[in-house]
Design a protein around this ligand. Structure first.
Ligand code: BDR
Ligand code: CA
Length: 318
């Protein structure tokens, strides 16, 4: 069986938690480590949350704390999305552990793993791209040595979820995202264009928990307030952005990709806007000149993606 060596860069985060559960249970995924970043909560909390989840699920995976702030200059003040992910980033379920103040070792961990397994490491990044941009800055040669990079982020042909222009993970550190898209490695973005169509209904989630046992019940428990957030917009369920991106690792055939060079605006009113130069476009390239061709998922088989998540998260032997 083909096994994928994966580093999961994340800001748990409710939909991050489902993605992490999916990754640790997937028989074809070897999770080399989890790197954390600020985003859905401060990094002291996202790191604590990652450790709490892994311990609760009995998964022995190293966790490395990462960036506490963006590298983008003059960022607007950011408040954490407590109305979506809760004050503690985990839907305000009880978590006994305190927030953790740790040295920022995420970028170096990424570098070390990529150098230890040249051409093999796949990075799945579902938070701000700050740790990836810092790893590139410290050791630019890793771009050549990475298997590929899959990110949850961007809004290419749809409106953003933070501003009309921008999706949260890109908006939160747009210069980092611009560097990640501009580096000479393969990036596939799974953006809002697709992820907002991947929803798990409230009853469907409970059915997965009933079938999947304690581990999946924890996911259901911490997702209740998140479901409440979507209920305000008339939905009876939750969008599973990050887990949708995780499915791409082993099931790329479920996704339709559009290719081109990508720039991210990191100044001005459209901060965080992701703009692709489509490959069939003729004309001057301007600021898109000489950049690598990357991809984003413009469509996908939503039913199959959801079904895949259900299978993996409830399989008896994980
Ligand atoms: C992304 O932002 C975060 O709130 C979610 O965890 C997801 O990664 C969606 O825009
Ligand atoms: Ca996330």
């Amino acid at each position: 069986m083909n096994t994928h060596k994966v580093i999961f860069d994340t800001d748990p985060g409710v939909d991050d938690a489902l993605a992490l559960y999916y990754l640790i249970r997937h028989p074809q995924i070897q999770l080399l480590g989890v790197t954390t970043v600020f985003g859905n909560a401060p990094v002291t909390l996202t790191t604590r949350n990652a450790r709490f989840l892994l311990r609760s699920w009995g998964a022995d995976v190293p966790v490395h704390a990462g960036a506490a702030a963006a590298i983008t200059p003059d960022m607007p003040d950011e408040s954490f999305p407590v109305h979506i992910h809760g004050e503690n980033g985990m839907g305000d379920i009880d978590i006994p552990d305190a927030p953790v103040e740790e040295a920022d070792t995420a970028a170096q961990f990424i570098i070390d793993q990529v150098r230890a397994h040249p051409g093999k490491v796949r990075i799945l990044a579902v938070g701000r791209m700050t740790n990836l941009a810092r790893a590139l800055q410290i050791d630019p040669e890793i771009a050549d040595l990475v298997g590929d990079v899959v990110i949850m982020g961007g809004a290419f042909r749809v409106a953003g979820n933070i501003t009309p222009a921008a999706e949260a993970n890109i908006w939160g550190d747009p210069l980092a995202a611009d560097r990640v898209f501009g580096a000479d490695w393969h990036v596939t973005a799974i953006p809002l264009d697709l992820t907002t169509r991947t929803m798990i209904g409230r009853r469907e989630l409970q059915a997965l928990a009933d079938k999947g046992g304690e581990g999946m019940q924890l996911v259901a428990d911490l997702s209740q307030d998140y479901i409440g957030f979507y209920a305000q917009s008339g939905y009876d369920g939750m969008v599973i952005h990050d887990c949708c991106a995780a499915v791409f690792l082993t099931d790329p055939d479920l996704f339709r990709l559009t290719h081109g060079q990508v720039r991210v605006l990191w100044q001005g009113i459209a901060l965080g806007l992701t703009i692709m130069n489509p490959q069939d476009r003729k004309g001057p390239m301007g600021a898109w000149d000489d950049l690598p061709v990357q991809a984003y998922a413009s469509d996908g088989d939503v039913d199959q993606i959801i079904a895949r998540i259900g299978e993996i998260c409830t399989a008896v032997n994980g």
